[in-house]
Design a binder for this molecule. Structure first.
Ligand SMILES: [Zn+2]
Length: 89
């Protein structure tokens, strides 16, 4: 059997503990990356009447605001989040 001293045992324990912490950190980092929000600007509607931003359940270009029931139009090619227009019915 290999005899090790206290300093070697302490160093080995410290290295194993640091490897364990690094593995846990990497696992948590991957979990957070996997579950983070993936929202594209093309699906985000912005109501100009009540200023509510929402994402409809299915990809449509015309839907009603869930708060004020105003028809909101998603315009293609617009880059600004407030560029979608809401109209009163
Ligand atoms: Zn609204």
């Amino acid at each position: 059997m290999i005899g090790i001293g206290f300093a070697e045992f302490f160093s080995l324990s410290l290295i194993i503990l640091l490897c364990y912490i690094a593995c846990l950190w990497f696992r948590e980092y991957r979990r957070i990356r996997r579950n983070e929000w993936q929202l594209s600007n093309r699906r985000l509607f912005h109501c100009n009447t009540c200023h509510l931003s929402f994402v409809p359940k299915e990809p449509v270009s015309l839907c009603r605001c869930p708060r004020c029931n105003t028809v909101c139009i998603l315009r293609r090619g617009s880059t600004l989040p407030g560029a979608q227009e809401g109209r009163e019915k």
